[in-house]
Write a protein that binds this ligand. Structure first.
Ligand code: NDP
Length: 460
């Protein structure tokens, strides 16, 4: 059963329309709670907008946009180092191609299922639209767990996964990238297998190594983009990041580079985490400490708890998220639904002024509702973490041009894209009292471009 709708939007006079749309969606997708949650977050703002723009309603754009164009599920057999046959489940959700080839990451994590990939693919449609680049929405992955596997096992798995996926993707059809559990190593193995099978060196994946078609700044892009977006949000209050105290969750790709950019802009990051707990360092995680964390996570593949052995002034809090720490800004950069209503209450009580999502859907609907009711600056991931896919789009452009932009050129383009996304959110999300509802702004701005393209292309 669906949880009650968010208080904040419950005021809507279009509530009956939202409820009846959601009832229908739930009937069809009853075993997909994450997907239902992601759709609900969008329709709460898009349905009222459609009531004053009836062309979308007439063309049944919303009914069509929630149905993926194609869902592919397949078997991924591989052999472990001990010689035992293994099998995992592989997926690709090709959600919407109205404005460009399907584009979105691959996630390798034991929790992966169709509901999670449909939620991520659905979010991706709007996110990609916001970047202003020509990219449709998609997502894929597997319930394979790379943790604890040897490089050889990861390679075997990736090759088997790509053997099937290669039939469905291509540089003008569907261009996957990384996500949780899929970094440079996995992209490399999958790219190698695609090239071998198709005898083609093309930009079929993004997040590639710099010597074989990758873009400078792509590894940094999501985290940097989150922080550029945070700075723009603070600027609306005539404020900035300098000397701000920040809690970051996660210690993977997004968290690491969000932390790096926070440090560069003069802020103090006091927490990072993984699925086993968080570390708190009241002195702040500086450049040297961050580079130790990067080595721990990316090379040694260790646990964040090891930080306190190296830096004994810090503390480790097992099985906890860092939202009880007193901070100015919170950047959830780990995973979906990692920040709940009780966490939101603690943050607001501790005078947190802004929450910027680095992960996809890390805040529960109740937490978002609490932030918006309390007029806390809040940005949904589809806006603030769009820098990663935007730079993937720039990687695709460079591959097509057979040309590489410099680090400064890519960073400047990323910065401008984040600024542009922020402007779109303000244009569609500014309330009468001046509060910027970034959820509403991002949903409507992202929707309009895709919906117009769908209408132009007819009923397909
Ligand atoms: P990584 O795999 O590099 O890192 C994920 C981090 O989150 C790890 O520290 C991991 O800890 C932690 N984590 C995972 N699951 C949980 C959990 N259940 N509870 C607490 N912590 C958890 O992934 P990314 O940094 O790439 O992705 C993080 C988020 O950002 C995801 O939501 C992803 O979809 C989103 N995102 C990523 C983009 C990118 O370019 N990479 C682009 C846009 C969004 P542990 O090591 O213990 O598992």
């Amino acid at each position: 059963m669906r949880k009650p709708l968010k208080q904040y939007y419950k005021m809507s006079k279009y509530q009956h329309l939202i409820d009846s749309f959601m009832k229908e969606l739930e009937l069809k997708n009853s075993h997909e709670p994450e997907f239902i949650q992601a759709v609900e977050e969008v329709v709460e703002t898009v349905i009222p907008f459609m009531e004053s723009n009836p062309k979308y309603k007439k063309a049944k754009v919303l009914e069509r946009i929630v149905e993926p164009e194609r869902v592919i599920q397949f078997r991924v057999p591989w052999i472990s180092d001990s010689g035992e046959p293994q099998v995992n489940r592989g997926f690709r959700v090709e959600f919407n191609s109205a404005i460009g080839p399907y584009k979105g990451g691959l996630r390798f994590h034991p929790s992966v299922n169709l509901s999670i990939l449909k939620f991520l693919g659905f979010e991706q449609i709007f996110k990609n639209s916001l970047t202003t680049l020509p990219m449709g929405g998609g997502k894929g992955g597997s319930d394979f767990n790379p943790k604890g596997k040897s490089d050889n096992e990861v390679m075997k798995f990736c090759q088997s996964f790509m053997t099937e996926l290669s039939r469905h993707i291509g540089p003008n059809t569907d261009v996957p990238a990384g996500d949780i559990g899929v970094g440079g190593r996995e992209i490399g193995y999958m790219f190698g297998q695609y090239k071998r099978l198709r005898n083609e060196f093309t930009g079929v994946l993004t997040g590639k190594g710099i010597n074989w078609g990758g873009s400078l700044i792509r590894p940094e892009a999501t985290g940097y983009g989150v922080v550029y977006f945070a700075e723009k949000m603070l600027n609306t209050k005539k404020d900035n990041l300098k000397n701000k105290i920040i809690a970051i969750s996660g210690s993977g790709n997004v968290a690491q580079f969000a932390c790096e950019k926070c440090i560069q802009l003069g802020a103090k990051v006091v927490t990072m985490s993984d699925s086993k707990g968080y570390i708190y360092d009241s002195d702040g995680i500086d450049t040297e400490k961050l580079s130790w964390i990067m080595n721990l996570k990316n090379v040694d593949r260790g646990r964040i708890s090891e930080y306190i052995k190296k830096y004994p002034n810090a503390t480790f809090h097992a099985s906890k998220a860092p939202w009880n720490v007193k901070v100015d800004l919170a950047l959830p950069c780990a995973t979906q639904n990692e920040l709940k209503e009780e966490d939101a209450k603690l943050l607001v009580k501790n005078k947190c002024i802004a929450v910027i999502e680095g992960a996809n859907m890390p805040c529960s609907p109740e937490a978002i509702s609490f932030f918006t009711e309390n007029k806390i600056l809040f940005s949904p991931g589809k806006a603030s973490n769009a820098g990663g896919v935007a730079t993937s789009g720039l990687e695709m452009s460079q591959n097509s041009l057979r040309y590489n932009w410099t680090r400064e050129e890519v960073d400047e383009k990323l910065h401008n894209i984040m600024l542009n996304i922020h402007q779109q959110c303000v244009a569609f999300g500014k309330q009468e009292d001046g509060y910027i509802d970034y959820v509403k702004g991002a949903n409507i701005a992202g929707f309009v471009k895709v919906a117009d393209a769908m209408i132009d292309q007819g009923i397909v």
